[in-house]
Design a protein around this ligand. Structure first.
Ligand SMILES: [Zn+2]
Length: 77
């Protein structure tokens, strides 16, 4: 089971059905972030986003490393 952690307040979510619901709003959120001229740090905003301003990241390091590598490659093109 993957673990998802907020990079500001430390809110932890487990990868279950409730997380998939958040993933559905992910694309719209990423577009909103880019519209403000910044890049999303995590994969979706924290449930406490208004208060903590954090973003949720996967705590699975293997996945994160591959994701970062993929991001780095796409940015280099
Ligand atoms: Zn948070």
């Amino acid at each position: 089971m993957r673990k998802l952690i907020c990079d500001r307040c430390g809110l932890t979510l487990m990868d279950r059905g409730d997380v998939f619901m958040v993933f559905e709003g992910k694309v719209a959120w990423e577009e909103a972030v880019r519209a403000r001229g910044s890049q999303p740090r995590g994969i979706f905003p924290c449930m406490n986003f208004i208060r903590c301003g954090g973003e949720i990241k996967l705590a699975d390091n293997g996945w994160l490393v591959r994701y970062r590598r993929w991001l780095w490659k796409s940015n280099g093109q």
